[in-house]
Write a protein that binds this ligand. Structure first.
Ligand code: K7E
Ligand code: CUA
Length: 662
């Protein structure tokens, strides 16, 4: 591999030149009919859902397009006190890992489940970049249904990319690390000997979406950055961009930018499946959590799994191939037909487009220029279809429309560049405000993109909105791409830091949206099926309150006989059977959060009384005209007190204990 000495100053200048590249006329670059194009009249629905990653918020958000209305923030990897996620006893297991309870993560990429290469509206997947995990969100409930942890990984960035029938969700490790079953207590400068990069192939069950790690592929120690599945002609393959092929372990800014070209790795996953069936995998002892939420028990379970099957790319010569890609590739995107693979080198001055057909021919001809840690490297020219010349500076990500065009985000020159896939000519460019990261087109990574809208997710907001102190909301920008010229039609602020996002036809989701949970299907162990079933049960120092909520009272709403040292569990069932009637539950001094309980659901808040006295509790969600009356009291007596356990709604017991008989 030819090495050139990359000038450190050049990188610094390039990366610091964001301001210099700020487009002119930033304020008035909006098209004149923008308002009409984004106006969705009150009571009317948007045409698309836009699922947006929250980055360091750990959550995913759903917007309507073209209005840019925020519809919902879906808690995924971070606790959310608003919804009780990660605070209720039922949802805590969702955030369990082999490291214990992990209440935060960094969600970069969103992928819709696919059937025949197009979105099917069943699930959305998200990656946890810090403590490697993949989540599946059920689009009937807009809730996280499952989280699976990934062993042998450090930083799950090239994830959760999906095959055309959701056969697999992949996860490539960003940081190579010593494998989990090896001694990791080794000098960091032994990277080259001891560190490995692992790809995880997570199977997704057709019926219910349940995820399992089908197998992993152990690869040379590099950083896997992004990925896309092949589709159409390239179905059966996956492509991963790799950087730090220098295998640096310090000051990557310089040391991982030495080489003129890094790699894209092509993975023949159909072949990997054959090897797996033929027993070529090695069983490895590991520990990882598999967490699933049930809409029947209304609770999550967490299981620690202890084994994974690993295929070795070094030994199984024909599953992984490297081909060179200029300058620290980031995005690695596949055209709608599956024929073209677009590599976006963060520091490259062109965009290379590779041909799947040529890749196959080069592999058949063994057109190798060498090996990297036992994995063959194909010749750049043998795989290259062509290069997009002078596209702009800092290409990151590419999506596609239905007219043979590709759209690439340019971080450094702050623009979206539209180019023709066949002849590789730039046909349009439009500024972003500012420094765009990911972009997305409606169904833009599928076999049948819809075009119409493109959203750019910008890293820097600066003067776009009213100032809000040192921290500004990050910005999304909506472009109409239905004509020859891209037109900016809307700015809207986002939650956390958006990275990837997807735009899906609302029709695929909206008619399946669940309105409530049926009480007769409720299998929660502490379900109170009606007010007559409410009770308070003491088991040693644990007190279980089987409580119900209905407009506008809690049952029971007076509880006595709780003692210091007790652990009180409020299991609250919302008895409503109608859409949009949640009840909330909160109690003074609770060290966790509220519960927000949907109709037909049971959720549990654990409460440890902190002192003797009387504590109010109430419904937090304004549910009726008498919502403010939806309250109650709980009385806490000293440890060892003989105040009897009493509970009621709507009646007063005779005063029984000495404290009240003065
Ligand atoms: Cu480009 Cu994490 Cu997908 Cu951000 S990544 S932009
Ligand atoms: Cu129930 Cu407010």
């Amino acid at each position: 591999m030819k090495k050139i000495q990359f000038n450190l100053m050049a990188i610094v200048v390039l990366l610091l030149s964001i301001d210099a590249c700020k487009p002119k006329n930033a304020g008035n670059a909006v098209s004149s009919d923008a308002a009409a194009k984004t106006y969705v009249a009150p009571g009317k629905y948007d045409e698309f859902y836009n699922f947006v990653s929250g980055g360091f918020s750990g959550q995913m958000s759903a917007y309507g397009l073209p209005s840019g209305r925020l519809l919902r923030v879906i808690p995924v990897f971070s606790v959310d006190p608003e919804k009780g996620y990660g605070y209720s006893e039922e949802t805590k297991p969702m955030l369990n890992t082999s490291h214990g309870f992990v209440p935060w993560d960094d969600l970069h990429h969103v992928q819709m489940s696919k059937t025949n290469g197009d979105y099917d509206g069943r699930w959305a997947f998200g990656n946890a970049n810090n403590t490697p995990r993949v989540a599946r969100i059920d689009l009937k409930t807009f809730r996280t249904a499952e989280i699976i942890e990934l062993p042998n990984s450090g930083g799950n960035h090239s994830s959760p990319f999906i095959t055309e029938n959701t056969e697999y969700v992949v996860a490539g490790t960003r940081f190579s690390v010593p494998p989990d079953d090896k001694n990791g207590d080794v000098p960091i400068n032994t990277y080259k000997q001891n560190y490995k990069g692992t790809l995880s192939f997570i199977s997704v069950a057709k019926e219910d979406g349940k995820m399992d790690i089908s197998f992993q592929i152990q690869c040379p120690g590099v950083n896997f950055d992004l990925s896309r599945a092949g589709k159409g002609v390239s179905h059966g393959w996956f492509f991963f961009s790799c950087y730090n092929t220098e295998q640096a372990n310090t000051l990557l800014e310089v040391n991982a930018s030495q080489k003129d070209k890094d790699f894209i790795m092509a993975v023949n996953w159909k072949k990997a499946e054959e090897y797996l069936k033929a027993g070529k995998g090695r069983k490895q002892a590991v520990r990882y959590a598999s967490n699933r939420y049930s809409d029947i028990t209304h609770a999550a379970t967490s299981e620690i799994k202890t084994e994974v099957t690993v295929l070795d790319a070094k030994d199984l010569k024909d599953i992984c191939y490297f081909f060179p890609c200029p300058k620290s590739p980031h995005g690695c995107d596949v055209s709608p037909t599956g024929e073209y693979i677009v590599g976006s080198g963060k520091l490259a001055a062109l965009i290379p487009v590779f041909s799947f057909d040529k890749l196959q021919k080069a592999i058949a001809a063994k057109d190798f220029i060498g090996e990297f840690d036992g994995v063959p490297i194909l010749k750049y020219e043998s795989v290259l279809y062509g290069e997009v010349k002078k596209p702009g500076l800092g290409p990151l990500h590419t999506e596609f429309d239905n007219n043979g065009n590709a759209y690439t985000s340019m971080f450094v020159s702050s623009e979206v560049v539209k180019w023709n896939i066949k002849d590789l000519t730039v046909v349009d460019r439009v500024p972003t405000y500012y420094s765009v990261g990911h972009l997305t087109v409606a169904h833009g990574d599928t076999k049948s993109p819809k075009g119409k809208y493109l959203v750019a997710y910008n890293k820097i907001t600066k003067d776009r909105y009213l100032p809000t102190g040192p921290e500004l909301s990050q910005s999304a920008q909506l472009y109409d791409i239905s004509g020859d010229k891209m037109q900016l039609i809307l700015d809207f602020p986002t939650i956390g830091e958006p990275h990837y996002a997807q735009i899906i036809s609302a029709d695929l989701i909206k008619n399946n949206s669940q309105k409530f949970f049926k009480l007769e299907e409720n299998k929660h162990p502490y379900f109170a099926n009606g007010e007559a079933a409410t009770k308070v049960v003491r088991e040693g120092n644990k007190v279980h309150v089987y409580m119900t909520a209905i407009r506008s009272h809690l049952t029971p709403d007076n509880i006595e006989g709780i003692r210091m040292g007790d652990e009180v569990y409020f299991h609250v069932t919302n008895l409503e059977q109608d859409w949009d009637v949640p009840h909330g539950f909160a109690i003074k001094g609770a060290a966790n959060a509220e519960l927000l309980i949907m109709p037909g659901e049971t959720q549990t808040l654990k409460w440890l009384p902190s002192k003797v006295g009387t504590f109010p509790m109430y419904c937090t969600d304004f549910c009726s005209a008498l919502h403010q009356e939806m309250t109650g009291y709980i009385r806490v007596s000293p440890a060892g007190s003989n105040v009897p356990l009493l509970f009621s709604t709507g009646k007063n017991y005779p005063v029984a204990d000495s404290a009240n008989k003065k």
